[in-house]
Design a protein around this ligand. Sequence first.
Ligand SMILES: [Zn+2]
Length: 55
Amino acid sequence: MTPIVLLTFKCVKCGRKFAATSRIACYVNPYTGEPIVCPDCGSEEIVEIETLQVG
Ligand SMILES: [Zn+2]
């Protein structure tokens, strides 16, 4: 079973914090293959601020 990693990101542009899950620590959604972007402004300029491994 692959561990799930819960990631918390912060948008560089607007400062919005949001969470996403990924099985590897890269900024790509494992389900859609799309880059993880800020839900507010749509920017791809995000930084990872917290990582929590769940499994
Ligand atoms: Zn943003």
